[in-house]
Design a protein. Structure first.
Length: 75
């Protein structure tokens, strides 16, 4: 999935500007926390039935992109 903008949205007036799934009040962190707690993809989709499998994948990809940035060290 190259274009996350169709799945992951950020709006200042929604959820404090945190990244959400498709404009809903489901934060990316909500899905990630369920996965981190050990729930399977299917269990996450049962807990959040308005999400699609591609939404959860987009959350994972979004998180990976957010932490993969260069770190500059001043000397």
């Amino acid at each position: 999935m190259d274009d996350l903008s169709s799945r992951i949205t950020r709006e200042p007036e929604q959820c404090g500007g945190r990244p959400c799934v498709r404009g809903m009040r489901v934060r990316v962190s909500d899905a990630l926390e369920l996965l981190a707690a050990g729930l399977s993809m299917e269990e996450v989709l049962e807990e959040l039935p308005y999400l699609e499998r591609e939404d959860v994948g987009a959350c994972l990809q979004y998180a990976a992109r957010e932490i993969n940035h260069p770190v500059l060290i001043a000397s």
